[in-house]
Ligand binder design. Structure first.
Ligand code: PMV
Length: 351
């Protein structure tokens, strides 16, 4: 139809190096500042088509398809999200939305898709709204706006809109940092991190027993919360130096401490919960032993789930591949893994 308006964005997932875990009062305000690498191959691709509403109605008109199939569960979640931002997007009043979304990674891989999905959707909304308004924002303002709405959809999604690396959360260590939007951090990275590898070893693809939303809220009563937030600030400050210098040893020790702390916090929450699998621990032991034996800079981090994110410089990929296929593949669920790397951020897909 001629008065249809349509856009497609591809937006990647990200992996936190200093973790966001716990919220302050307000809507998606992080209790501590975090920083992540933006990935490349794990992404969501979302197309939003706008059609002028046939009748004047306040109701949000939405049809949502995931992997080509109507998905009611997601549609209901999205409707709630759109209700919360409707005053900021006149397109929600004037147009009906048809949304098609897909992920590059298998749905059942245990990889969280909220960061890529919500950032892709926010980019589509901001793009379409500016097309309707006929006012083009500067790139800086456009990505800030997209980061803001991505954050309202899913906190960590705020960081996915920038290439290479992004921080999120107010901190004295990063100029211009904010709780409301992420800050691009790619320009401050040493070259070695520009093509850093991130192999995701799938320990289990089973659905999480406890959602991130519940995990964040349990930090309110966690007896170690205050110490954790002090530690996060210190780790962030020191990590920034390592990221700039290319100090891999320091990078690795902070990143692993962050992963272990995240999961320790889950275990000592009340109620306590465990998101690691037995094979997660077996792989951690193997990675540490391999590093000790070879001296190679191979490190791990974990998301809020059992899968290992193996982090290493591209220059040692061959040796690490031999280690992965020789010693880690056997602990992955059906040998499943995803080879990813630091990426260039989201982009609009040409029609
Ligand atoms: O964005 P959320 O609410 O799914 O929380 C993400 C939390 C972690 O992935 C564990 C850490 C992070 O900073 O991404």
């Amino acid at each position: 139809m001629s008065n249809e308006l349509k856009t497609t964005w591809r937006s990647p997932s990200n992996i936190a190096l200093v973790k966001y875990w716990g919220k302050k009062a307000g809507v998606q305000i992080p209790a501590n500042a975090s920083i992540s690498f933006t990935l490349e191959h794990c992404y969501s691709e979302t197309t939003v088509t706008l059609t002028p509403k046939a009748k004047k109605t306040k109701d949000i008109e939405l049809r949502f398809y995931f992997d080509g199939k109507a998905n009611m569960a997601f549609q209901i979640k999205l409707l709630r999200f759109f209700e919360s931002i409707r005053k900021d997007f006149s397109l929600l009043q004037t147009h009906g939305l048809l949304i098609h979304s897909t992920n590059s990674f298998p749905h059942s891989s245990g990889i969280a898709s909220s960061a890529s999905a919500m950032s892709a959707l926010a980019l589509c909304l901001c793009d379409l709204q500016q097309q309707l308004d006929g006012k083009k924002l500067s790139d800086e303002k456009f990505y800030q706006k997209a980061s803001h709405y991505a954050r309202l959809g899913s906190g960590s999604a705020a960081r996915s809109v920038y290439p290479l690396a992004a921080s999120w959360g107010k901190t004295n260590s990063i100029k211009g940092s904010s709780d409301a939007v992420a800050t691009a951090y790619g320009k401050n990275l040493n070259k070695v991190f520009h093509d850093f590898q991130n192999t995701i070893l799938i320990a289990s693809s089973a659905e999480k027993k406890v959602s991130s939303r519940v995990g964040h809220s349990l930090m309110k009563t966690n007896p170690f919360a205050k110490v954790r937030y002090t530690q996060a600030a210190k780790n962030l400050k020191e990590l920034l130096v390592a990221l700039k210098k290319g100090d891999l040893q320091k990078f690795g020790s902070i990143v692993e401490e962050e992963a272990m702390t995240l999961h320790a916090l889950m275990m000592c929450s009340n109620p306590s919960f465990i998101l690691m699998a037995p094979s997660t621990l077996l792989m951690i032991e193997k990675i540490r032993a391999f590093r000790e034996k070879t001296g190679l800079p191979v490190y791990f981090t974990l998301d809020a789930g059992p899968n290992i994110h193996l982090l290493y410089p591209k220059s040692i990929s061959k040796k690490v591949d031999a280690f992965i296929y020789g010693h880690l593949e056997q602990y992955c669920e059906q040998g499943k893994m995803i080879h990813d790397n630091v990426g260039k951020g989201p982009y609009r897909v040409k029609a």
